[in-house]
Design a protein around this ligand. Structure first.
Ligand code: BES
Ligand code: MN
Ligand code: MN
Length: 463
């Protein structure tokens, strides 16, 4: 029986080539112009699961993009792991800031990735991390080392809110029944500081529209006498945070679960260099809610951020205009036990209430989702910890993540199972940004670690 390291050494070039092929397909779920490519990616994922050795592999149609479902069931008395991932990617914009085209993957060395990293949209989020599971599974099949049952559910709408997956999960509880859900779609602290994500933030995403006069006006003829919707929108947004950078929406913090001092002290033990953080981002200071550290601000505290703001004239040169309308897209990251629908309502009510006379305001909710916290005293966490210890020679740290995977809370609700978040990417891999990449070392380390999780989880579930 060949061991995983030997299997990786022998097959790593093929593992890389296969991932590169997958990354060439622009599976941008947000843009209908790419719908054929999204569907084609689902086909490729399906083919890869067949080739790796799954028995049943299906393309499950939804009202949106298909879900790829596969299984290998070896014994009903053994535990079942459900692997979730997504094959869709974020739009590559702004495309001019990429050093190489987003869907023509290239391997380049960086200071953090001396063995090279694959640069492409989706390299880390989530094609690369999802594909680690396909290759780890391939190894377990080829070497006769699969210790338990496995189900794969790979979707194509994560980046647009997973609405159809939610319906699919609710309608297929039995089919998806499992003992643990395993996801690689988060990050770890550093290659020499392995960590396991123990939390995800929730999300409420809204769009606001402020309308002033019924048409664009000359800013000289009318300026000063009529409310300018852009000025008003800017004022309204600015008022959503106070001097301490706390969110001013009444009731916003009511349900926030505070961490105990013990938990905060434990969190502060994770290595973090503020200077390196600032240098990487070219900023002279960090900014955020008073009374909290940077790592607390970006994980255990809720936020409110404008993601986009527009209106009026944004073309070349200067045009004098008092616009009729102004818009913004606003996201709120939430923490346990904030409820995203309740927060969306609180936001809407408050935002409408602060609109001055002279403008009309409309708030349109987009998607949202609840946050999630993984218990660290579970068999799943212990098995993951042991797997990292085996391949990194270091005990991984539990780390609360700042991003969102809304379907995870829904998994718990519908399937009653916990999720283990084994992410192998780094925050500096810049997912969602130009020049997204995924370290080859990280990719292979993930493939190496996953089979140990299967092994320890199966062993530890017995006792
Ligand atoms: N993989 C990310 C989420 C993530 C990244 C969690 C890093 C923790 C650390 C996922 O693909 C994502 O981008 N989610 C969206 C939410 C979704 C509803 C569009 C997000 O967090 O913005
Ligand atoms: Mn993702
Ligand atoms: Mn993403």
């Amino acid at each position: 029986m060949q061991d995983i390291s030997a299997y990786i050494s022998e097959n790593k070039d093929r593992f890389i080539t296969e991932l590169i092929e997958l990354l060439k397909i622009p599976s941008i779920s947000a843009d209908p112009a790419y719908s054929k490519d999204v569907v084609k990616t689902a086909e490729e994922v399906k083919n890869s699961l067949v080739a790796a050795g799954c028995d049943t592999v299906e393309i499950c149609e939804t009202a949106g993009y298909p879900i790829v479902y596969a299984e290998k069931l070896i014994d009903p008395n053994l535990p079942t792991i459900l692997v979730y991932g997504h094959y869709d990617v974020q739009p590559p914009d702004p495309i001019e800031l990429w050093d190489s085209p987003p869907f023509e993957p290239v391997i380049k060395k960086t200071a953090i990735h001396p063995n090279g990293a694959i640069f492409a949209r989706g390299a880390c989020d989530d094609k690369g991390q999802m594909y680690m599971h396909v290759k780890a599974f391939e190894y377990m099949i080829k070497s006769n080392n699969l210790p338990c049952n496995v189900k794969f559910m790979i979707e194509g709408e994560e980046e647009v809110g997973s609405d159809n997956l939610g319906l699919f999960v609710a309608a297929n509880r039995e089919k998806l029944a499992n003992d643990i859900i395993l996801i690689s779609d988060t990050s770890m602290i550093a290659n020499d500081v392995p960590s396991i994500s123990t939390g995800l933030r929730g999300l409420s995403y809204v769009e606001v529209e402020v309308t002033g006069p019924n048409k664009d006006l000359h800013s000289g003829v009318y300026g000063g006498a009529v409310a300018n919707p852009i000025n008003i929108l800017a004022k309204m947004i600015a008022s959503l945070q106070d001097d301490q950078n706390r969110i001013t929406i009444p009731g916003f913090y009511d349900k926030v679960q505070d961490l105990s001092d013990v938990e905060r002290t434990k969190m502060a033990e994770a290595p973090f260099t503020l200077d390196a953080y600032k240098k990487d981002l070219d900023i002279d200071a960090v900014y955020g809610e008073e009374g909290y550290t940077t790592n607390e601000r970006n994980s255990i505290r809720p936020t409110l951020d404008v993601n986009g703001i527009w209106g009026g004239y944004i073309g070349e040169g200067a045009k004098t205009v008092l616009p009729s309308k102004a818009f913004a897209k606003i996201s709120m990251r939430l923490v346990p036990n904030q409820d995203w629908e309740e927060i969306t309502e609180l936001f809407t009510k408050h935002f409408l209430s602060i609109a001055p006379k002279g403008v009309r305001v409309k708030v349109t909710p987009h998607h949202g989702g609840q946050g999630y916290v993984t218990p660290i005293d579970s068999v799943g966490y212990a098995a993951a910890e042991k797997a990292y210890e085996k391949t990194f020679n270091k005990k991984p740290l539990p780390q609360r993540g700042g991003g969102s995977i809304p379907i995870v809370a829904l998994f718990e609700e519908e399937l009653k199972s916990k999720t283990i978040l084994m992410g192998f990417g780094l925050d500096s891999d810049v997912i969602h940004s130009p020049n997204e990449h995924f370290g080859i070392w990280n990719y292979l380390k993930g493939i190496e670690t996953i089979p140990y999780f299967y092994m320890y989880f199966t062993e530890m579930s017995k006792s």
